[in-house]
Design a protein around this ligand. Structure first.
Ligand SMILES: [Zn+2]
Length: 317
Protein backbone atom coordinates (compact mmCIF):
# COMPACT_ATOMS: atom_id res chain seq x y z
CA UNK A 1 0.00 0.00 0.00
CA UNK A 2 1.42 3.37 -0.93
CA UNK A 3 0.81 6.47 1.07
CA UNK A 4 1.36 10.23 1.03
CA UNK A 5 4.82 11.43 1.99
CA UNK A 6 5.50 14.46 4.19
CA UNK A 7 9.00 15.82 3.60
CA UNK A 8 10.58 18.44 5.80
CA UNK A 9 13.77 19.19 7.71
CA UNK A 10 14.57 21.07 10.93
CA UNK A 11 17.07 23.29 9.05
CA UNK A 12 14.10 24.80 7.20
CA UNK A 13 13.11 26.39 10.53
CA UNK A 14 16.52 27.97 11.09
CA UNK A 15 16.36 30.26 8.07
CA UNK A 16 14.73 33.54 9.07
CA UNK A 17 14.74 37.04 7.62
CA UNK A 18 14.41 39.23 10.71
CA UNK A 19 11.81 39.93 13.40
CA UNK A 20 8.30 40.40 12.08
CA UNK A 21 9.03 39.03 8.62
CA UNK A 22 5.92 37.20 7.34
CA UNK A 23 7.93 34.34 5.80
CA UNK A 24 8.80 33.04 9.25
CA UNK A 25 9.72 29.68 10.84
CA UNK A 26 6.40 29.67 12.72
CA UNK A 27 4.67 28.87 9.42
CA UNK A 28 6.09 25.34 9.56
CA UNK A 29 5.17 25.02 13.26
CA UNK A 30 1.57 26.01 12.49
CA UNK A 31 1.35 23.37 9.77
CA UNK A 32 2.96 20.69 11.92
CA UNK A 33 0.70 21.47 14.89
CA UNK A 34 -2.44 21.35 12.79
CA UNK A 35 -1.50 18.04 11.16
CA UNK A 36 -0.62 16.59 14.54
CA UNK A 37 -3.79 17.66 16.35
CA UNK A 38 -6.05 16.63 13.47
CA UNK A 39 -4.49 13.17 13.31
CA UNK A 40 -3.51 13.69 9.66
CA UNK A 41 0.19 13.30 10.49
CA UNK A 42 -0.52 9.74 11.70
CA UNK A 43 -1.34 8.56 8.19
CA UNK A 44 1.52 10.36 6.44
CA UNK A 45 4.99 8.93 5.87
CA UNK A 46 7.16 11.65 7.44
CA UNK A 47 10.69 11.88 6.08
CA UNK A 48 13.71 14.10 6.61
CA UNK A 49 15.12 15.69 3.46
CA UNK A 50 18.76 15.37 2.43
CA UNK A 51 20.47 18.49 1.06
CA UNK A 52 20.11 18.77 -2.71
CA UNK A 53 23.30 18.07 -4.66
CA UNK A 54 24.56 21.23 -6.38
CA UNK A 55 24.45 19.38 -9.72
CA UNK A 56 20.67 19.05 -9.32
CA UNK A 57 20.20 22.71 -8.40
CA UNK A 58 22.06 23.50 -11.63
CA UNK A 59 19.15 21.94 -13.54
CA UNK A 60 17.33 25.24 -12.91
CA UNK A 61 19.98 27.77 -11.85
CA UNK A 62 23.27 29.14 -13.15
CA UNK A 63 26.48 27.93 -11.54
CA UNK A 64 27.67 31.47 -10.77
CA UNK A 65 24.37 32.38 -9.14
CA UNK A 66 24.46 29.31 -6.88
CA UNK A 67 28.06 30.14 -5.92
CA UNK A 68 27.03 33.72 -5.16
CA UNK A 69 24.45 32.58 -2.59
CA UNK A 70 27.05 30.34 -0.95
CA UNK A 71 29.57 33.20 -1.04
CA UNK A 72 27.06 35.54 0.57
CA UNK A 73 26.60 33.03 3.41
CA UNK A 74 30.36 32.64 3.92
CA UNK A 75 30.78 36.42 3.88
CA UNK A 76 27.98 36.87 6.41
CA UNK A 77 29.56 34.36 8.77
CA UNK A 78 32.82 36.33 8.70
CA UNK A 79 30.97 39.59 9.30
CA UNK A 80 29.12 38.13 12.26
CA UNK A 81 32.41 36.92 13.73
CA UNK A 82 33.66 40.48 13.38
CA UNK A 83 30.59 41.80 15.21
CA UNK A 84 28.61 42.76 12.09
CA UNK A 85 24.89 42.36 11.31
CA UNK A 86 23.18 38.95 11.43
CA UNK A 87 21.52 39.24 8.02
CA UNK A 88 22.65 40.08 4.49
CA UNK A 89 19.95 41.87 2.50
CA UNK A 90 19.34 40.75 -1.10
CA UNK A 91 16.32 42.94 -1.84
CA UNK A 92 13.90 44.88 0.40
CA UNK A 93 11.91 41.67 1.10
CA UNK A 94 14.62 39.04 1.00
CA UNK A 95 17.66 38.42 3.18
CA UNK A 96 19.79 35.56 4.38
CA UNK A 97 21.04 34.47 7.77
CA UNK A 98 23.80 31.89 8.34
CA UNK A 99 21.27 29.03 8.02
CA UNK A 100 19.67 30.09 4.73
CA UNK A 101 22.08 28.15 2.53
CA UNK A 102 21.45 24.88 4.41
CA UNK A 103 17.70 25.49 4.53
CA UNK A 104 17.58 26.20 0.79
CA UNK A 105 19.51 22.98 0.07
CA UNK A 106 17.11 21.00 2.28
CA UNK A 107 14.07 22.58 0.59
CA UNK A 108 15.25 21.64 -2.88
CA UNK A 109 16.43 18.31 -1.46
CA UNK A 110 12.93 17.60 -0.15
CA UNK A 111 11.41 18.19 -3.58
CA UNK A 112 14.01 15.90 -5.14
CA UNK A 113 13.63 13.13 -2.54
CA UNK A 114 9.86 13.32 -2.90
CA UNK A 115 10.24 13.00 -6.67
CA UNK A 116 12.45 9.91 -6.29
CA UNK A 117 10.05 8.25 -3.84
CA UNK A 118 6.97 8.95 -5.93
CA UNK A 119 8.70 7.84 -9.13
CA UNK A 120 9.77 4.62 -7.41
CA UNK A 121 6.18 3.94 -6.39
CA UNK A 122 7.31 3.99 -2.79
CA UNK A 123 4.86 6.85 -2.10
CA UNK A 124 1.62 7.65 -3.93
CA UNK A 125 2.31 11.39 -3.76
CA UNK A 126 4.02 13.82 -1.42
CA UNK A 127 3.81 17.21 0.26
CA UNK A 128 7.00 19.12 1.12
CA UNK A 129 6.65 21.39 4.17
CA UNK A 130 9.67 23.51 3.30
CA UNK A 131 11.06 27.01 3.41
CA UNK A 132 12.52 29.06 1.90
CA UNK A 133 9.87 28.84 -0.83
CA UNK A 134 10.92 28.86 -4.47
CA UNK A 135 8.60 30.16 -7.15
CA UNK A 136 9.99 33.72 -7.37
CA UNK A 137 13.57 32.47 -7.69
CA UNK A 138 14.74 33.05 -11.27
CA UNK A 139 17.56 31.23 -13.03
CA UNK A 140 20.11 33.79 -11.83
CA UNK A 141 18.29 35.84 -9.22
CA UNK A 142 16.91 35.50 -5.69
CA UNK A 143 13.82 37.56 -4.92
CA UNK A 144 10.48 37.55 -3.12
CA UNK A 145 11.62 35.35 -0.17
CA UNK A 146 12.95 32.73 -2.65
CA UNK A 147 16.50 31.48 -3.41
CA UNK A 148 16.28 28.16 -5.25
CA UNK A 149 13.21 27.24 -7.28
CA UNK A 150 12.28 23.96 -5.60
CA UNK A 151 9.49 23.05 -8.01
CA UNK A 152 11.42 23.93 -11.18
CA UNK A 153 14.42 21.93 -9.93
CA UNK A 154 12.23 18.90 -9.17
CA UNK A 155 10.41 19.14 -12.52
CA UNK A 156 13.71 19.25 -14.43
CA UNK A 157 15.02 16.43 -12.21
CA UNK A 158 12.06 14.23 -13.16
CA UNK A 159 12.78 14.91 -16.83
CA UNK A 160 16.57 14.57 -16.72
CA UNK A 161 17.11 11.91 -14.07
CA UNK A 162 13.97 9.81 -14.43
CA UNK A 163 13.53 10.14 -18.19
CA UNK A 164 10.01 11.55 -18.19
CA UNK A 165 8.92 13.35 -21.37
CA UNK A 166 6.18 15.67 -20.09
CA UNK A 167 5.56 17.12 -16.63
CA UNK A 168 3.13 19.80 -15.44
CA UNK A 169 3.63 22.55 -12.87
CA UNK A 170 0.49 23.90 -11.22
CA UNK A 171 0.95 27.15 -9.28
CA UNK A 172 -1.96 28.40 -7.14
CA UNK A 173 -0.05 30.91 -5.01
CA UNK A 174 -1.64 34.39 -5.00
CA UNK A 175 1.55 35.78 -6.54
CA UNK A 176 2.76 35.13 -10.06
CA UNK A 177 5.44 32.42 -10.16
CA UNK A 178 7.74 34.67 -12.17
CA UNK A 179 10.83 32.68 -11.25
CA UNK A 180 9.37 29.41 -12.45
CA UNK A 181 8.22 31.16 -15.62
CA UNK A 182 11.73 32.57 -16.11
CA UNK A 183 13.19 29.06 -15.87
CA UNK A 184 10.63 26.98 -17.81
CA UNK A 185 9.25 29.37 -20.48
CA UNK A 186 9.78 27.73 -23.85
CA UNK A 187 10.70 24.31 -22.38
CA UNK A 188 8.00 22.22 -24.05
CA UNK A 189 8.68 19.29 -21.71
CA UNK A 190 6.97 21.35 -19.01
CA UNK A 191 3.44 22.78 -19.03
CA UNK A 192 2.92 25.45 -16.37
CA UNK A 193 -0.59 26.48 -15.40
CA UNK A 194 -1.21 29.19 -12.84
CA UNK A 195 -3.56 31.86 -11.60
CA UNK A 196 -2.47 34.90 -9.64
CA UNK A 197 -3.69 38.28 -8.50
CA UNK A 198 -2.79 40.86 -11.13
CA UNK A 199 -1.62 43.57 -11.15
CA UNK A 200 0.35 42.68 -8.03
CA UNK A 201 3.82 41.60 -6.86
CA UNK A 202 6.13 41.04 -8.71
CA UNK A 203 5.55 44.27 -10.56
CA UNK A 204 7.10 45.55 -13.72
CA UNK A 205 7.68 42.28 -15.50
CA UNK A 206 5.37 41.59 -18.41
CA UNK A 207 3.91 38.10 -18.58
CA UNK A 208 5.60 35.72 -20.99
CA UNK A 209 3.45 34.45 -23.83
CA UNK A 210 5.45 31.24 -24.31
CA UNK A 211 3.15 28.48 -25.53
CA UNK A 212 3.92 26.14 -22.60
CA UNK A 213 2.47 28.61 -20.07
CA UNK A 214 -1.17 29.02 -19.15
CA UNK A 215 -1.20 32.30 -17.21
CA UNK A 216 -4.49 33.26 -15.61
CA UNK A 217 -4.16 36.79 -14.12
CA UNK A 218 -7.19 37.66 -11.98
CA UNK A 219 -8.12 40.95 -10.30
CA UNK A 220 -8.04 41.53 -6.55
CA UNK A 221 -11.16 40.35 -4.68
CA UNK A 222 -11.74 37.42 -7.01
CA UNK A 223 -13.59 34.70 -5.11
CA UNK A 224 -13.16 30.95 -5.12
CA UNK A 225 -16.14 30.16 -7.33
CA UNK A 226 -14.80 32.47 -10.05
CA UNK A 227 -11.36 30.87 -9.80
CA UNK A 228 -12.93 27.40 -10.05
CA UNK A 229 -14.77 28.41 -13.23
CA UNK A 230 -11.58 29.79 -14.75
CA UNK A 231 -9.70 26.61 -13.86
CA UNK A 232 -12.39 24.51 -15.58
CA UNK A 233 -12.16 26.78 -18.60
CA UNK A 234 -8.41 27.37 -18.94
CA UNK A 235 -6.30 24.89 -16.94
CA UNK A 236 -8.09 21.60 -17.26
CA UNK A 237 -8.44 21.43 -21.06
CA UNK A 238 -4.72 22.20 -21.44
CA UNK A 239 -3.71 19.65 -18.81
CA UNK A 240 -5.99 17.04 -20.41
CA UNK A 241 -4.49 17.67 -23.83
CA UNK A 242 -0.91 17.65 -22.50
CA UNK A 243 -1.24 14.38 -20.54
CA UNK A 244 1.56 15.04 -18.02
CA UNK A 245 3.46 12.04 -16.68
CA UNK A 246 3.94 13.77 -13.31
CA UNK A 247 2.48 16.86 -11.67
CA UNK A 248 4.32 19.34 -9.45
CA UNK A 249 2.40 21.85 -7.37
CA UNK A 250 3.62 25.26 -6.22
CA UNK A 251 1.29 25.18 -3.26
CA UNK A 252 0.91 28.72 -1.97
CA UNK A 253 -2.03 29.40 0.30
CA UNK A 254 -1.86 33.20 0.36
CA UNK A 255 -4.93 33.49 -1.92
CA UNK A 256 -6.93 32.58 1.22
CA UNK A 257 -9.48 35.27 2.14
CA UNK A 258 -7.96 35.58 5.64
CA UNK A 259 -4.44 36.13 4.27
CA UNK A 260 -3.61 39.84 4.17
CA UNK A 261 -0.62 39.30 1.88
CA UNK A 262 -3.07 39.12 -1.03
CA UNK A 263 -6.60 40.32 -1.67
CA UNK A 264 -8.25 37.20 -2.99
CA UNK A 265 -11.18 35.28 -1.54
CA UNK A 266 -10.33 31.58 -1.52
CA UNK A 267 -11.10 29.22 1.37
CA UNK A 268 -9.87 25.78 2.46
CA UNK A 269 -12.73 24.28 0.43
CA UNK A 270 -11.39 25.94 -2.71
CA UNK A 271 -7.87 24.62 -2.13
CA UNK A 272 -9.35 21.14 -1.60
CA UNK A 273 -11.35 21.47 -4.82
CA UNK A 274 -8.29 22.58 -6.81
CA UNK A 275 -6.25 19.71 -5.36
CA UNK A 276 -9.00 17.25 -6.32
CA UNK A 277 -9.07 18.48 -9.94
CA UNK A 278 -5.25 18.23 -10.15
CA UNK A 279 -5.34 14.77 -8.63
CA UNK A 280 -7.88 13.60 -11.20
CA UNK A 281 -5.55 14.69 -13.99
CA UNK A 282 -2.61 12.95 -12.30
CA UNK A 283 -4.62 9.77 -11.86
CA UNK A 284 -5.67 9.72 -15.52
CA UNK A 285 -2.26 10.32 -17.06
CA UNK A 286 0.49 10.21 -14.43
CA UNK A 287 -0.24 7.15 -12.29
CA UNK A 288 -1.32 9.62 -9.62
CA UNK A 289 2.21 11.05 -9.28
CA UNK A 290 2.11 14.44 -7.51
CA UNK A 291 4.81 16.31 -5.61
CA UNK A 292 3.48 19.42 -3.89
CA UNK A 293 5.82 22.05 -2.42
CA UNK A 294 4.87 24.80 0.02
CA UNK A 295 5.21 28.32 -1.36
CA UNK A 296 3.35 31.24 0.31
CA UNK A 297 0.65 31.43 2.98
CA UNK A 298 1.20 33.91 5.80
CA UNK A 299 -1.87 33.91 8.01
CA UNK A 300 -0.79 31.08 10.26
CA UNK A 301 -4.26 29.75 11.05
CA UNK A 302 -5.54 29.92 7.47
CA UNK A 303 -2.27 28.43 6.21
CA UNK A 304 -2.46 25.46 8.58
CA UNK A 305 -6.13 24.76 7.79
CA UNK A 306 -5.51 25.06 4.06
CA UNK A 307 -2.52 22.71 4.10
CA UNK A 308 -4.60 20.20 6.04
CA UNK A 309 -7.38 20.41 3.43
CA UNK A 310 -4.83 20.05 0.62
CA UNK A 311 -3.17 17.01 2.22
CA UNK A 312 -6.49 15.34 3.04
CA UNK A 313 -7.23 15.25 -0.69
CA UNK A 314 -3.73 14.03 -1.57
CA UNK A 315 -3.91 11.29 1.05
CA UNK A 316 -7.58 10.48 0.39
CA UNK A 317 -8.67 10.86 4.02
ZN1 LIG B 1 2.74 34.19 -2.62
Amino acid sequence: MTTTGYFTHRDCRKHEMGAGHPECPERLDAIDDRLLVSGVLDVLDRREADPAPIADIELAHGRMYIASIRGLTDGLREEINAGGPTHAQIDPDTSINVHTWDAALRSAGAAIAATDAVMAGDLANAFCAIRPPGHHACKDKAMGFCFFNNVAIAARYALERHGLKRVAIVDFDVHHGNGTENIVAGDQRILMVSFFQHPFYPEGGSLSNASNLVNMPVPAYTKGEQVRALIEQHWLPRLEAYKPEMVFISAGFDAHREDDMGQMGLTEADFAWITKRIKEVAQRYAQGRIVSCLEGGYDLSALARSVEAHIRVLADI
